[in-house]
Design a protein around this ligand. Structure first.
Ligand code: SF4
Length: 368
């Protein structure tokens, strides 16, 4: 889990912060060339353009983690994304590979909404209430410790791309599911699988009890009360306004958005699916997309050349602060350090956590 002591933007020598953009780009280009196949640079779709341009691979968190072992000659993986992604890459990497995160303060506020301490309290209470009738599932956007807890208790990880398949599997194994930490992905997925809202409850992590009016024995889906601060900014009003402005508009959103927004959209899906929907749009089409603004900005430029108009569903939305902590100064610095033989910001996970987190990940990866 993110070290809170490191939560303030990581200090690097001032010379990097003050360097001109071209100078930083030249440092990165030169160091990449010198390190050759010993280095692989992975970037999440939500990274800034100037970072994505240097990436060997761009993808969502799972795509990138799975790519790590393809780079057999790479000794170092520099992960341009957030902390839990670098952890997942470390879990799925080859033994002699190390994973570095350019800024250790690049965490994820959603992943930090559940700690193992909170989870243990919740789990014990749920066991008392429901007995051995619950299986935990955690979104890949969670710490290695939370993944390990889930793996140890027979559960599995999930991504926005395979959520329906994984949740269906879980509901075939046990009567109830505890979905961590994103309530919106859990609710949207379960609802589309036919679970009525009346059978879903939210785990209130402050009061340490489930919020549910009525007969609790009817609850099948228990949603942790986490959310993504970026995707929660999209609202039904924005969808209505956009549709009034552009009657032919199609709206596509990520399932981390609230259910009311997903319900109004023409489609929803993982980052990979949203990219595919944008790229499949024909000339003259007009789309509004509700997800990270760095990604939507790139799609706007790419698809404008093909005559497709893409709008950001909420032009006033704040970007993901932690994703954007990865910048040219930090990337140039970490590569300079590597060239000098100093390994900075290595992500390490203890053996026991690694073992059980991998169990949860492998259960997901083995699902056909
Ligand atoms: S966009 Fe949301 S889920 Fe992704 S890193 Fe930022 S806060 Fe976390």
């Amino acid at each position: 889990m993110l070290d809170l002591k490191a939560f303030e933007k990581q200090m690097i020598p001032l010379a990097y912060e003050e360097a001109a953009e071209n100078e930083l780009k030249e440092i990165i280009r030169r160091n990449k060339q010198e390190l050759g196949e010993k280095l692989v640079l992975l970037a999440h779709h939500y990274q800034k353009d100037e970072i994505v341009k240097f990436a060997d691979e761009v993808g969502d968190s799972l795509e990138l983690a799975k790519k790590v072992s393809d780079y057999k000659k790479a000794e170092t993986i520099v992960f341009c994304g957030v902390h839990f992604m670098a952890e997942t890459a470390d879990i799925l990497s080859r033994e002699r590979q190390r994973v570095l995160l350019p800024d250790t303060a690049a965490g994820c506020s959603m992943a930090d909404m559940v700690s193992t301490e909170q989870l243990k309290v919740a789990w014990n209470k749920l066991m008392l209430q429901f007995g051995d009738d619950v299986l935990p599932v955690t979104y890949i956007n969670s710490s290695a410790e939370v993944k390990a807890f889930v793996g140890f208790h027979g559960g599995v990880t999930v991504t926005s791309g395979n959520a329906e398949k994984v949740v269906s599997w879980v509901l075939e194994q046990k009567k109830r599911i505890l979905f961590l930490p994103d309530q919106h992905l859990g609710r949207n997925t379960a609802f589309h699988l036919g679970v009525p809202l009346e059978q879903m409850a939210v785990w209130n992590s402050v009061n340490e009890e489930i919020d549910f009016e009525g007969d609790k024995s009817q609850v099948r889906v228990i949603l942790w009360d986490g959310y993504c601060s970026v995707h929660q900014q999209f609202t039904p009003l924005q969808v209505d306004r956009m549709r009034k402005l552009f009657p032919q508009l199609q709206v596509f959103v990520h399932p981390e958005c609230r259910k009311e927004v997903v319900d109004l959209a023409d489609g929803f899906g993982s980052t990979a699916k949203l990219i595919r929907l944008a790229r499949e749009a024909g000339s003259g089409a007009r789309l509004a997309i509700g997800t990270d603004n760095n990604l939507v900005g790139r799609l706007q430029k790419e698809m404008a050349a093909k005559g497709v108009h893409i709008h950001f569903l909420n032009p006033m939305a704040c970007a993901c602060v932690t994703m954007n902590r990865i910048d040219l100064p930090h990337l140039a610095w970490i590569l300079d350090e590597l060239i000098e033989g100093r390994v900075q910001n290595q992500i390490t996970i203890n053996e026991e956590t690694m073992k059980w987190a991998k169990v949860a990940l492998d259960r997901m990866l083995e699902m056909k």
